[in-house]
Design a protein around this ligand. Sequence first.
Ligand SMILES: [Zn+2]
Length: 440
Amino acid sequence: MGSYRKYWDAEIETMPREELKKYQLKLLREAVDYSYNRSPYYRRAFDMHNVKPEDLKSLEDLKRFPTMNKITLRERQQAVPDFGDITCVPEEEIVYMSASSGSTGVPTASPFTYQDFEDFQDFEARLFWSSGMRPSDRYVHALNFTLFVGGPDVIGAQKVGALCIWAGTVPSERMISILQTWRPTITWTTPSYAWYLGETAKAQGIDPAKDLAIKKIFVAGEPGGSIPETREAIEALWGADLYDYYGLSDIFGACAGMCEEKDGLHWAEDHIFTEVIDPETGEEVEEGARGELVLTSIKKKARPLIRFRTADIVSYTTEKCRCGRTHMRLHGIHGRLDDMLIIKGVNVFPSDIEAIVRKNPDLTGEYRIIVTEEMHLASITVEVEHAPHVHGDVSRLGAEVEKECLKIVGIKPRVKVLAPNTLPRATHKAKRVFDERKPG
Ligand SMILES: [Zn+2]
């Protein structure tokens, strides 16, 4: 293994930050100019905000430009079918589209030109390489292929040279059979599914850590991959290393991923310019503080995104990583703005509760959060399960969780301790929060 090179693209990945910023500014100016001249939407939006492409003289100047979000994409697509007036190229130049359905059920298309798609896959290969994937690996891709932007990521693994098995979202029995027959060394799925699949294998008498060959698991789609307690539990179950990834259907299947240091997710700043802002005021937050992730694609040609508000709550660092890469790292995705609960004036993310539940060895790690309203105030009940080895009075476990919540999250929920295997097991994306408040 020592004969392989360390980086996929050493020049870009280890570029000193000052140089990287210059590189970003050059591309960003081109992207803003291109968008203004090609997209009727951007022309209107910039004009309404009284900004012109030439106003972008420094990276800080980007703040003067308007933001957009998922709703903008959907509205513009509906106003100007089929791809919306944010799209900058004629359909002849579009070679691929993914689509994501929002809560309203209207799927929003994300178009790519040939070059956008090539960039996408080169970039996926770079992330996989940074997580330690090499040509000697066998990779089983367990993400959905239907319209989902994570589907084509498998091509990035082929670019690396790994032997790729295009499994998709097959039933767990079939997946376990693939893991036994072809002995892949790497897979990619959600944290919930990694947990579920491992437990399902165990129930069939297969020990994932000893009987299977998986050494690395990539996860995305839920905060779990960056919650140390969840990560360690899945790693122990599989005897494998877990790497958290972050993707956004409107840009790339993966936009950031963990290197082998597993200390944050490296962002490819040569493709995407990132801002982290206070969702209420729109002001930039400091490094290390939590805020909403705002993205600008700086190379995409089919449908560039300028200041796209993701509704994902993150924190980041620009400190150089031990791996030698200089691109900023996300400390993980704490949750979605839509998932944030405000309980007695305190912002609560389900991922905070998850960390508490997962680190208690006397609990199974499964949990649900029920939100109710009492005297016009939101209040939460956390349902957990005690582990099978715990017998007798389990109320002390409830008290432990309450105490930890008060200490770490700043609220004291009601905690119900249930028997093992009472809560429904999630397969792909786990629904953890049940809001029983009446609307309005
Ligand atoms: Zn690193």
